[in-house]
Design a protein around this ligand. Sequence first.
Ligand code: GGG
Length: 362
Amino acid sequence: MTLKIAVMPGDGIGPEITAQAVKVLEALKSDGLNIEFEHALIGGVAYREKGIPLPEETVALAKASDAVLFGAVGDFSLDTLPRHLRPEQAILGIRKALNLFANFRPAMVYEELADASTLRPEVVAGLDILIVRELTGDIYFGTPRGNRIAEDGPFKGEREAFDTMRYAETEIRRIAHVAFQAAQKRGGKLCSVDKANVLETTQFWRDIVTEVGKEYTDVELSHMYVDNCAMQLLKNPKQFDVIVTGNLFGDILSDEASMLTGSIGMLPSASLNESNFGLYEPIHGSAPDIAGKDLANPMATVLSAAMMLRYTFGLEDYAVRIENAVKSVLATGPRTGDIWRDGKVRTGTAGMGDAIVAALAK
Ligand code: GGG
């Protein structure tokens, strides 16, 4: 069987980093991985060429493929566009179109990078947590939303804007099941993060997660307010095994967690639907300030490709080979600037991709 991968590089550093992941997957062809790639436009580049950030043919290609390898979207020069035309709408739109509600964001500290964390090595050494972020609901998608002239209240007559935080029971139940099952396969602990002391939506979230938890008596469930969780991640991150949370809190907490690992350039992700179809992308954005300069760290995208082989195709051996190649480069190979240290050879995006390919062959 040939694995058909839709490649969506997107904006900024997206093309450079996805090219490295494709290079690594291509290298596995000689070891029997049967894989082919087709590229599609998404984000700001799609807007510039087609007038919309998520063209129909891009969604169609994703649906006709076995998985999607995604780079990043975002382009400051398009910031003045109306929201529905902004590049970021493309990633939200494709997640929705493919029903990719379950986002896995593992944050682990490689032994070789423990000194690159913003925290002391002893606080992060051996850290291995999984953030499960709900991806197709919450304030990112809730309606009504918009902006208008306030018709009443103390600011009547002024411009105002509003979004709606909303979760349906089904949306919470299904992500809770995914998170409990992930915890069963890992350390058996699940922390559900909310703001139940203030927000109705997240009190509901807490109630439903607690109900679902009754089906998983082998998993130790705890609840934590998001503000406390943000603090605990810095104070004592190793207390966590799996964290499950909503779309907005998950977006923020996973960026925070990336700093524990040394660089946001190290965090991969998988966004899955109920049939394990997945879109795989680094958690970082398009980094326009370093785009086209061969400076970006491609490891998060390469590790996302490994997640793709594991989660969508069940090809554990190939996934582990990629992960081991990344570890080997971290141990002895060159490094991009974000994780560079004295004594290491400095390389660029393509050089890092080449080093991972070379490590695969060892
Ligand atoms: N590769 C991740 C990416 O492109 N992030 C840009 C972005 O706008 N993300 C929104 C989100 O993850 O919800």
